[in-house]
Write a protein that binds this ligand. Structure first.
Ligand SMILES: C[S@@+](CC[C@H](N)C(=O)[O-])C[C@H]1O[C@@H](n2cnc3c(N)ncnc32)[C@H](O)[C@@H]1O
Length: 232
C-alpha cells in the first residue's frame, strides 16, 4: 500500500510529516526536493566503480533515515556500496523497509532501530569499520546530545580517511542567514527549546575532539549545506 501526503513547501509543515503508519510508504516533501541535489554531491565523494571496490562492499550507514526516501534514491547509483538505513523512531521502520525492498539494485539492508546517542557497538558495528556515515536534517531537529553522539561515533566507527556527510541548515560565526533560516530556527526552538540550528564553529570544535576534520562545505538549495567530514 502506498500513501503520500499533500503538504506545502513550508519547512515547519514538513516537520509534521514525522508521524508514520507502520508498513506504509511515507513521502516527505523536503526529502523529495533535496534528494537529487544531495545525490549529485555524493557522486563526487563516493567511490562507486565496482572495479575499484576491493574485497568487501563499502558500508554506508545512514543515521535517522526518516521516511527512507534518501537511500532509495541514492542506492541504485552506487551498486557496489552496501547501504544500512537506521532510525530512532520505531514507527518509521516500516516505511524505510518498504523503500529498501523496492530498491532495484537490492543493496539496501534491512533498517535497524538506532539511537545515535548510544555507542555503535551496541548495534554490532566494530570500530574503524564504516566507510561512509550519512545524516540529513537531524542535527538541528534533535537535542545537541544527538550531534555529540553522531560525531563521537563517527570518530570511533569510521575507517581512517573515511567520510561523514551531514546535510541541513547551519549558522556560521554565530550568525544565521537568511531571514527564512532565522525564522526556521525560531520555530524549531519554540517547538522544542533543545532544537535549533547549530553553528559550524561549534561543530568544528566537536570534530577536533572526535578526530574529524571538515574537508568541504557545499552550498545547497534552500539555504542548506552539505558538510564533508573526514576521519583523521
Ligand atoms: C527531520 S527528520 C530527518 C529525516 C531524514 N533524514 C530526512 O532528511 O528526511 C529528523 C530525524 O532525526 C531522528 N532522531 C531524533 N533523535 C534521534 C536519535 N537520538 N538518534 C537517531 N535519530 C534521531 C528522528 O527520529 C527523525 O527521523
Amino acid at each position: 500500500m502506498s500513501k503520500s501526503k499533500d503538504l506545502s513547501d513550508l519547512k515547519m509543515k514538513d516537520l509534521h510529516q514525522n508521524e508514520s503508519i507502520t508498513g506504509e510508504k511515507l513521502i516527505y516533501p523536503a526529502a523529495t526536493r533535496n534528494q537529487e541535489p544531495i545525490l549529485q554531491v555524493l557522486k563526487r565523494f563516493i567511490i562507486c566503480d565496482l572495479d575499484k571496490v576491493c574485497d568487501e562492499s563499502p558500508l554506508f550507514l545512514e543515521v535517522s533515515s526518516g521516511s527512507g526516501q534518501h537511500l532509495y534514491h541514492f542506492a541504485p547509483h552506487f551498486p557496489g556500496v552496501k547501504f544500512q538505513p537506521s532510525e530512532y523512531d520505531k514507527s518509521l521502520l516500516g516505511s524505510i523497509a518498504y523503500y529498501s525492498q523496492l530498491c532495484p539494485t537490492k543493496n539496501i539492508l534491512t533498517p535497524i532501530q538506532l539511537d545515535v546517542c548510544n555507542e555503535f557497538n551496541s548495534y554490532g558495528f566494530h570500530e574503524n569499520s564504516i566507510d561512509y556515515l550519512y545524516n540529513a536534517n537531524m542535527i538541528h531537529i534533535s537535542p545537541y546530545e544527538c550531534t555529540i553522539g553522531l560525531f563521537k561515533n563517527a570518530g570511533s566507527y569510521l575507517k581512517p580517511d573515511a567520510l561523514m556527510i551531514t546535510y541541513g541548515p547551519y549558522s556560521k560565526d554565530g550568525k544565521i542567514t537568511p531571514q527564512s533560516n532565522i525564522d526556521f530556527d525560531a520555530s524549531l526552538r519554540s517547538r522544542n527549546p533543545l532544537w535549533g540550528l547549530r553553528d559550524i564553529n561549534d561543530l568544528l570544535k566537536l570534530a577536533e575532539e572526535c578526530d574529524l576534520s571538515l574537508m568541504d562545505t557545499i552550498e545547497m538549495p534552500a539555504n542548506n549545506k552539505t558538510l564533508i567530514w573526514k576521519k583523521n
